[in-house]
Design a protein. Structure first.
Length: 450
């Protein structure tokens, strides 16, 4: 359970604009006290780059740096908010999560805030001859403040470039595509042909005949999107209590308080302690995440494509980029073994059943259906969809996958028949025939993701 909760905590921190700046502010505070401690040792340092001015000059210097850092921080924060607004309007609110996870913006804000705090803490220790205190000019600390100011200028230049880059469609699409590939690597770790054990043949014998009658439902105690299922914790609970669990929902589903999360067999083993532990293994949140939901980055790419081909935007080239990324993701996916919905313990005893496993046809539907429906009057989008299917078909000889791809090619042709002009329709029909030929050949290529 610790891993699941830590994963959820890190995801929340990584998606916030306060965590990294706060950490850098604390580091700046520690740095300031460390440098002042070195200055108070009384050892003179005679290097040409060390600040050698008086108290008034040091004050003026640090005041200028601190004041400018406050102004630059406010400007950087304003630019960031504008970028988030543009992202929400151009790419969809679901993409805001990707922008919030951008480490570059967080480090930029942290640098400015850290420099301001450092200068402020050093400034309060500077005393001149007429101040009523012992003369103290922390030369090393002031020098380091100048060094931080120079770094901040470099960070500002980086931020200007970065802020103008992250709102570009190509950058947003690339990030969503990377999330898709990472999710595939994480959730589908076994490559086809790697010799994964197939226990499904024994499933019929392993499931008790009275499972439906003698099992008891464990109901959700809260409402939200199912983000993470701690399968390790559930496996330990099932082994410790000699249970068979059937998980009724997969990550990405919206859970309503009171709905059934798990069916537990046998029912007499269920008690309040077990109910609480099972509920704790299901982590809910206000939004979907890609941690255990491979469909989420697919939906992000589809959303960008749909907005691009909407009449208000009319940007088929961005939609085509999304289709290319979706094709790359599905090419990667068809080379992976989908995990079995039946999970066994070390003694080869069935412990967990996934009632709603993720299937390739569902992911293909998510990738193609909406783009096909909204882009059927655009010859370029329709043609690229058929080209994408042809590419995917060349990466698999699985007959089930081939059948799914054939189905999508057929309905793409059907939908475009009434919407395209005759010359465009002829080109689409030629592409369709090429796709069917590719599917019939069942060609395969080398696994590029091995």
């Amino acid at each position: 359970m610790k891993n699941a909760k830590l994963s959820k905590l890190w995801d929340a921190l990584h998606s916030s604009y306060w965590f990294i700046p706060s950490v850098m502010a604390v580091m700046a505070t520690i740095l300031a006290f460390t440098m002042l401690m070195l200055d108070r040792t009384g050892k003179s340092i005679d290097y040409w780059w060390i600040y050698t001015g008086g108290a008034s000059g040091a004050r003026s210097l640090l005041e200028a740096v601190a004041g400018s850092m406050v102004s630059v921080s406010a400007t950087a924060f304003s630019i960031t908010i504008v970028a988030l607004q543009l992202a929400a309007s151009n790419f969809g609110p679901r993409l805001l999560r990707n922008f919030m996870q951008d480490t570059g913006n967080q480090v930029v804000l942290g640098t400015f805030i850290g420099t301001f705090i450092y200068c402020l803490l050093v400034l309060r220790t500077i005393h001149g001859e007429g101040d009523g205190y012992e003369l103290f000019v922390p030369q090393l600390s002031v020098t380091f403040g100048i060094f931080l100011a120079i770094i901040s200028v470099g960070v500002l230049i980086y931020f200007i470039h970065h802020a103008s880059t992250i709102i570009q469609a190509s950058h947003v699409i690339e990030n969503a595509s990377e999330d898709l590939h990472k999710a595939i690597e994480k959730l589908f770790p076994v490559q086809i042909g790697s010799g994964a054990l197939d226990n499904q043949k024994q499933v019929g014998k392993a499931i008790p005949f009275d499972f439906e009658q003698e099992s008891r439902p464990i109901r959700a105690n809260s409402t939200g999107y199912l983000q993470i299922i701690d399968d390790k914790e559930l496996m330990e609970l099932s082994q410790k209590n000699n249970l068979l669990l059937r998980i009724e929902h997969r990550p990405s589903k919206y859970i309503i308080k009171g709905c059934t999360l798990v069916m537990v067999f046998p029912s007499e083993s269920v008690n309040k302690k077990l109910i609480k532990k099972i509920n704790d293994a299901f982590i809910l949140g206000a939004e979907r995440t890609e941690q255990q939901d491979v469909e989420f980055p697919i939906n992000q790419l589809v959303e960008i494509a749909l907005r691009a081909i909407s009449p208000a935007v009319n940007d088929p080239f961005t939609a085509i980029r999304c289709i290319d990324r979706l094709a790359a993701g599905l090419c990667h996916l068809v080379q992976r073994d989908f995990p079995s919905p039946y999970r066994y313990d070390k003694n080869n005893k069935l412990r967990i059943i996934i009632a709603e496993p993720i299937l390739f046809e569902e992911l293909a539907d998510s990738a193609f259906n909406q783009i096909r429906q909204y882009g059927k009057s655009d010859a370029a989008v329709t043609s690229r969809l058929l080209e994408a299917i042809a590419r995917i078909s060349s990466y698999t000889d699985n007959p089930k996958y081939q059948q799914v791809l054939r189905h999508h090619a057929e309905i793409i042709l059907q939908d475009s028949s009434d919407k395209l002009s005759q010359p465009d329709l002829k080109n689409v029909q030629k592409l369709y025939q090429a796709v069917i030929k590719s599917l019939d050949s069942n060609s395969t290529v080398k696994n590029w993701y091995s």
